[in-house]
Design a protein around this ligand. Structure first.
Ligand code: NI
Length: 182
């Protein structure tokens, strides 16, 4: 499926919860994984394929050489709620399939506690830290209508404004399918 990029209004909506009766859920879930792997992402949220629902998938294995906590970290998060953010703020570089060509350092708290349902709609209440926590926070932002560039300083944001504008009109070099705002 094409990835919706910066400027598309669906990326700015607070996404709605979904239930086990969601139409064609298992097909959608499979499509999310496929779209994520095809575009070499480590995470993908439903708004990025145009669906404003509280669903995201993460597979951190490809980064596990640099971040051991990501080994075997492959999960589906439904109706997630981050209930606690603690720990020191940590600065790390982030990118996003909806913001091709942009990488920026983002400051986030190191540790979170999150309640969510897995792909079988079974409830979980877990604590994550390190890069796993960061990826979850990044994907969670998507279902809250936020993007990682929202965390940048006004100066930093001004410096990348040209790049952001270029994305909205498709002036980007990507090797996966994208959907432009218009
Ligand atoms: Ni993203």
């Amino acid at each position: 499926m094409p990835v919706y990029v910066y400027g598309h209004p669906v990326l700015r909506k607070v996404a709605k919860e979904l239930g086990p009766d969601y139409e064609n859920f298992s097909e959608l879930h499979t499509n999310m994984w496929e779209t994520m792997y095809q575009s070499d992402g480590v995470g993908l949220a439903a708004p990025q394929i145009g669906l404003s629902i509280r669903l995201f998938v993460i597979d951190g294995n490809s980064l596990s050489d640099d971040f051991p906590e990501l080994k075997a970290f492959k999960k589906t998060f439904i109706n997630a709620q981050i209930v606690e953010k603690v720990g020191d703020k940590v600065l790390e570089s982030e990118g996003c399939l909806s913001l091709p060509g942009i990488r920026e350092d983002v400051s986030r708290p190191d540790r979170i506690r999150i309640k969510y349902l897995d792909e079988n709609f079974e409830p979980h209440d877990e604590v994550y830290q390190g890069f796993a926590s960061r990826i979850i926070q990044h994907e969670y932002d998507h279902i809250e209508g936020k993007l990682f560039v929202d965390h940048l300083s006004p100066l930093r944001r001004r410096l990348i404004k040209g790049k952001l504008n270029a994305i909205t009109v498709g002036k980007v070099d990507v090797d996966y399918r994208i959907r432009l705002p218009k």
